[in-house]
Design a binder for this molecule. Structure first.
Ligand code: FE2
Length: 364
């Protein structure tokens, strides 16, 4: 087997550009149980932006807002609304990661640089992926600070209890019609990922619309990036709705893993997070579709949690509604019980649920 030219230790952080980072930070603390750990902004010598770093187990979210209108981040938000800008990848050698990917055709977003403070140094370098989204390679083996050089530790007087969110399972990108294979090839050739799974429009179609999806995964399987594109249907695909409101390709959803999905989802619901609903008929023949599961059916039904199976086991999952007014980014909560991949069974139920929401928005 060929040596992995881009070894990745995992997701380092996900940065969202948002209209009001101060308020978004409280939303993710309060509703999702993240803890505020670090901050950069005017008080730390950063003049043009404010960034809040939130953590829960292995997940780090960075929420950034610009402080004025004439700023690339302001333009990003004007075009896309709140959304994911950076999917940062934790590596042992940022410069080599940048060299290996740019030499294979990746467009550089920023050349390798060393950033330092009294806690050590971090090497970072970035490349573009779909749309205006970037991957930043983060090499932090010589750093002992709270996040990155320039950030200061910061705590909130609100001390949330975690709700069992553990790590980012996968991040999904929506791209334009005809562009899915281009981006799958990008991940294969430029980043050394492998194609894990293909869903065609027969797998994922409802009465009205359809989409196609391919899942790529890196060598150790820690990073999974499904890529969706719209497919022809009677009405507008939900992927088209996303592309229209995001103003191009971007991250559609982030899936976060838990070991106890009933607890996690109960807490999210109690704190006001809204989820897509499937009809109760979804549960009528669920066990015939997925076989025996450890969980009682009733709590899953009460919480509207979906169950699916691949050839190694099963998984439990649920999807939030979009977390901003534009129908763009949403979250998935996932608990894997043996399944390392994805099932095909939930797509139809999920997409019908999304279409009901799309119809309410007048976009179907
Ligand atoms: Fe997902």
């Amino acid at each position: 087997m060929n040596k992995d030219f881009l070894p990745l230790n995992g997701t380092d952080y996900v940065e969202l550009y948002v209209g009001n980072a101060k308020q978004s930070a409280l939303f993710y603390q309060y509703a999702f149980g993240f803890e505020l750990i670090a901050y950069a902004g005017p008080e730390t010598g950063v003049r043009d932006r404010a960034s809040y770093v939130l953590k829960q187990d292995k997940i780090r979210l960075v929420l950034t807002s610009p402080l004025g209108p004439i700023h690339p981040i302001a333009q990003h938000i004007q075009r896309h609304g709140d959304g994911v800008k950076v999917l940062a990848l934790w590596v042992d050698d940022a410069e080599k990661s940048w060299m290996e990917t740019t030499s294979r055709g990746a467009e550089s977003a920023s050349a390798p640089e060393v950033i330092k403070d009294q806690f050590g140094e971090v090497k970072v370098a970035s490349i573009f992926t779909y749309g205006e989204t970037i991957h930043t390679f983060v090499e932090r083996k010589n750093y002992k600070g709270v996040f990155l050089p320039g950030y200061r530790p910061r705590k909130s007087t609100y001390q949330p209890t975690g709700i069992g969110l553990k790590y980012i399972d996968h991040c999904v990108g929506n791209v334009e019609l005809g562009q899915m294979n281009r981006w799958v090839e990008f991940y294969e050739h430029v980043m050394g990922f492998k194609l894990l799974l293909t869903f065609d429009d027969k797998d994922i179609s409802t009465e009205y619309s359809a989409l196609m999806s391919k899942v790529v995964s890196n060598g150790n399987g820690y990073i999974k990036f499904p890529i969706n594109e719209p497919a022809a249907g009677k009405k507008k695909s939900q992927i088209e709705e996303y592309l229209e409101f995001y103003g191009g390709p971007g991250v559609q959803h982030m899936a976060i893993a838990t070991d106890d999905i009933c607890h996690t989802v109960s807490e999210l619901r109690r704190r006001g997070v809204e989820f897509l609903e499937v009809p109760s008929s979804y549960y009528d023949d669920l066990l015939d579709r997925v076989g025996k599961i450890d969980e009682d059916l009733q709590p899953l039904k009460d919480l509207n949690i979906l169950v699916d199976r691949d050839d190694e086991g099963y998984l439990l999952q649920i999807f939030t509604k979009p977390v901003q007014d534009r129908p763009t980014l949403f979250f998935e909560i996932i608990q894997r019980k043996g399944a390392k991949s994805f099932g095909k069974g939930n797509f139809k139920a999920l997409f019908e649920a999304i279409e009901r929401e799309q119809e309410l928005r007048g976009n179907l």
